[in-house]
Design a protein around this ligand. Structure first.
Ligand code: BES
Ligand code: MN
Ligand code: ZN
Length: 483
């Protein structure tokens, strides 16, 4: 990591960071700087854009004063965003040091500095292990004033979320020649050291279980398919009905025989992001020792064309006994999730099931990079997800399910077909397909994160690339409602 935070209680830096009231009202910082500096800044402010969150003043050739404006009624997520924005200003040079004066913080939000540094750290993520010349950067943050280290509450919570998010981002960023299903499984096995129970199923075992829907997707690849379960049992008193999270782990999606076009196909290494978020979330729960029982289930496959690949027109039998006519081998995520969902429901009898998947291009058309699509058979779970999403700025928007959409998935010769040729609504019909593999008694929510899992551009707490979208959302859901 390139950012280090430490606490010296002495300002010895040339970069001095102060917090001011909304609109850069600087009266409050008079006591922290010299009269000359105050006058200098006061003059410059007359021609500055006071709507900004952050302004930098070079008060001398050696000293910069950075003012961060604290708007009224700031929420914790706004403070995280401020920390991330601050990182944007300090992310240059080989080595730099910033002194952050916490006595200038005029906010009633508890744990202000904890949230600020959390946002900063999430934004500072880099994936550089394949660069032979690394851009090594050391940013030291010296916290001074009364809101010192001891006042940061739940530091372990922040660390756990950062680690889980970074784990997810790392997995998503890995190239597909490295992170095949076997290598992925091996990395998940390492989570055992955190007290997570990891169980792996290879192709022979999946065949015995009857997971031919998942297996059909991996048939064209020389890389073996796996299903992995990750169990975190932090609530020893109530062992039954864990919360469950199911992830699409297509390590690379060429489309199979229904081959994708070449342009941007490389982005399909991200097609395992749903599973990476599930793994990151379970890791977060383990690190912060969450008092909850949760299980993550991920289906890990590679969707390739090849002599042994499944064909459009094939019929496969899923784990729950239903037959599926595979009309398009590129609608493979739902085939993987179908088995993973019905297996999870039967084996763990969960309190709820939430699946995450980069499932459809259509959800990007509908919601872009702003909201994940939410589909659910349960009002309460939907509301909870919506609310925690707004809170942590990992937003979800509910789209409908309806029996008329469901009918579009009927196959003339099997129980169900994996795409609909007429009727549009590509993201909804994908969700309808999934719902056929959930018995209606289990509250279930499907998050289509195709637009959220990665982004070429940086936004809020993401530096660009893999986002880890979903770790913070689901961690918040658990904290607020299930612990
Ligand atoms: N992994 C893709 C969906 C996707 C597309 C994710 C673009 C991220 C960016 C999925 O497996 C897929 O190929 N879906 C098809 C479904 C279609 C064949 C019904 C799609 O969306 O085109
Ligand atoms: Mn596909
Ligand atoms: Zn896919």
């Amino acid at each position: 990591m390139s950012v280090q935070v430490f606490y010296k209680n002495k300002a010895n830096s040339n970069n001095y960071v102060l917090f001011v009231e909304e609109g850069f009202k600087i009266k409050g910082i008079k006591k922290h700087i010299s009269n000359a500096e105050f006058t200098y800044i006061n003059d410059l402010l007359k021609t500055s854009d006071l709507k900004k969150n952050l302004l930098v003043f070079e008060v001398s050739s050696k000293k910069k004063i950075i003012l961060i404006s604290i708007k009224k009624n700031l929420k914790t997520s706004d403070i995280e965003s401020l920390g991330a924005e601050f990182y944007g200003y300090i992310n240059y040079g080989k080595k730099s040091e910033y002194t952050l004066n916490t006595d200038s913080i005029n906010s009633t939000v508890e744990n202000f500095i904890g949230y600020f540094l959390h946002g900063l750290k999430l934004k500072s993520y880099e994936f550089n292990i394949y660069k032979s010349k690394k851009n090594i950067r050391l940013i030291l943050i010296n916290i001074i004033g009364k809101r010192n280290k001891l006042t940061i509450k739940n530091e372990i919570r922040f660390k756990a979320i950062e680690a889980g998010t970074f784990f997810a981002r790392d997995l998503v960023s890995e190239p597909p020649n490295v992170l095949n299903p076997r290598e992925y499984t091996n990395r998940l096995l390492k989570l055992k050291k955190l007290g997570i129970k990891v169980t792996t199923y290879n192709e022979a075992q999946l065949k015995k279980l009857g997971m031919h829907s998942l297996l059909g997707v991996g048939r064209g690849s020389i890389n073996e398919s796996f299903l992995v379960t990750l169990e975190w049992n932090g609530n020893k008193k109530d062992k039954k009905s864990p919360l469950s999270f199911v992830g699409k782990g297509v390590c690379f999606d060429t489309g199979g025989i229904s081959l994708k076009p070449a342009k941007f196909m490389e982005e399909m290494k991200y097609d395992m992001a749903g599973s990476a978020v599930v793994a990151g979330l379970i890791q977060t729960l383990a690190i912060r020792k969450a008092k909850v029982n949760a299980v993550g289930v991920v289906g890990l496959v590679e969707n390739m064309p090849g002599g042994n690949a499944q064909r459009p027109g094939d019929i496969v039998k899923a784990y729950n006994g239903k037959t599926i006519e595979v009309l398009n081998t590129d609608a493979e995520g739902r085939l993987v999730l179908a088995d993973a969902l019905s297996f999870t429901e039967k084996k763990f009898k969960p309190k709820f099931m939430i699946d995450l998947a980069t499932l459809t291009g259509a959800i990007i058309i509908a919601l872009g990079e702003e909201y994940a699509g939410l589909f659910s058979n349960n009002e309460e779970l939907s509301k909870k997800l919506f609310n925690v999403g707004e809170k942590v700025k990992e937003k979800v928007w509910r789209l409908p399910l309806h029996e008329n959409y469901d009918k579009l998935m009927n196959s003339p010769i099997a129980d169900i077909q994996n795409i609909n040729y007429s009727g549009g609504a590509g993201s909804i019909t994908a969700a309808q397909f999934l719902q056929r593999f959930v018995t209606n008694k289990t509250p279930w929510a499907h998050l289509d994160i195709a637009g959220m899992a990665f982004s070429k551009k940086a936004a809020n707490l993401n530096p660009g690339g893999a986002t880890g979208f979903g770790v913070r959302l689901l961690n918040q859901l658990i904290e607020e409602h299930y612990e």
